[in-house]
Ligand binder design. Structure first.
Ligand code: ZN
Ligand code: ZN
Length: 331
């Protein structure tokens, strides 16, 4: 479009930013922000919100807050995006603080916001705060049979997403509703939804590289596997024992360990370490939840290699630094 010299309007910019947010492509997103500044495009509440969303979903909550604070006009969607962004990045208390500020500004929260606020509490283990907010929501008779409403929305939004069915059937199973579990399984089968393979993306200087578990299609594949060998030796020296409990396949212990070492997020981390300068933040997006072994490994890698690793998974953000994670091992 730019080559054809067509000037993008607000809708195009918002959609491109949303694509960047989805992929975790922060370098491209930054480029769009630069374009907006250079071309003197007015930052409307819609465009500002898209920038806040992009930076939050790329794990750069500091820049998201700056953009949010610079926005002249803020509607409930803008507040809700910023609160949700703080929540998924593990800044639960800041999210709640912003929620109070919003109420002081006279903006009335909507249902999406409630989910954001409860998420903030859950991601930061603020159980007491969570129940106080929940009480106030129900007391003010705001619409809360939240579980059922979100359930319908979840399936309508992404009917082919296996994670949604797994999540819902886990909720039903936890409540002992085995009949509902069976209905969901049947529905999943009828729609032809199968479990997705784990897939990780990494943004390196504006190019997105994609890895699936056991992948050897990347041109640097040999180097990546060699690096993984080094990493696994370092981790063992530091006392890391691979947690193979998540590997359900019928394999012997050594094969299970190899399978774990070839998880997509480990491939992406190895690729990131090979190709970035020391001290650079490695940003990865994963389509599924990070497994326990990769989580433990990433914590150690951040200490051994003195690097920051930001992983966005299906559930939340993990900021790994100096041997620990922002989620405090709760995800
Ligand atoms: Zn893993
Ligand atoms: Zn974590």
């Amino acid at each position: 479009m730019l080559v054809e010299k067509v000037e993008p309007n607000e809708s195009v910019l918002v959609n491109v930013l949303s694509a960047c947010a989805h992929l975790g492509a922060m370098e491209q997103g930054k480029w769009i922000e630069g374009y907006v500044t250079k071309k003197n495009v007015g930052v409307t509440v819609r465009l500002g919100t898209a920038l806040v969303d992009m930076y939050s979903k790329c794990g750069c909550v500091e820049r998201a807050l700056e953009v949010f604070n610079e926005m002249k006009e803020k509607n409930v969607r803008a507040w809700s995006t910023m609160i949700g962004g703080l929540a998924i990045n593990g800044h639960g208390e800041d999210a709640l603080c912003l929620f109070s500020q919003m109420e002081m500004h006279g903006v009335r929260p909507n249902n999406v916001m409630f989910v954001g606020v409860l998420n903030a509490c859950s991601h930061s283990r603020l159980v007491d705060e969570g129940s106080i907010y929940f009480d106030s929501m129900t007391k003010d008779s705001w619409e809360c049979p939240i579980g059922r409403a979100s359930r319908k929305q979840l399936l309508e939004l992404e009917p082919d997403h296996s994670g949604r069915y797994v999540l819902l059937s886990n909720i039903d199973a936890a409540e002992g509703k085995w009949g509902d579990v069976a209905v969901l399984r049947r529905e999943m089968k009828e729609r032809g939804v199968s479990k997705m393979p784990g897939c990780s993306f990494i943004d390196l200087r504006g190019t997105i590289h994609e890895f699936i578990a056991g992948d050897n299609s990347h041109q640097q594949s040999q180097e990546i596997y060699a690096k993984l060998e080094d990493i696994s030796k370092e981790l063992k020296l530091e006392g890391h024992t691979p947690n193979t409990s998540a590997v359900l396949l019928d394999m012997d212990e050594e094969e299970k360990q190899t399978a774990l070492y070839h998880h997509s997020e480990k491939l992406a981390i190895a690729f990131g370490l090979i190709n970035s300068d020391p001290g650079v933040t490695i940003r990865i997006t994963k389509n599924l939840r990070v497994c326990e072994d990769c989580h433990a490994a990433a914590k150690m890698i951040s200490r051994i290699y003195k690097c920051k690793i930001v992983v966005r998974d299906r559930i939340r953000f993990h900021h790994f630094e100096d041997g620990s994670c922002s989620c405090m091992d709760f995800w």
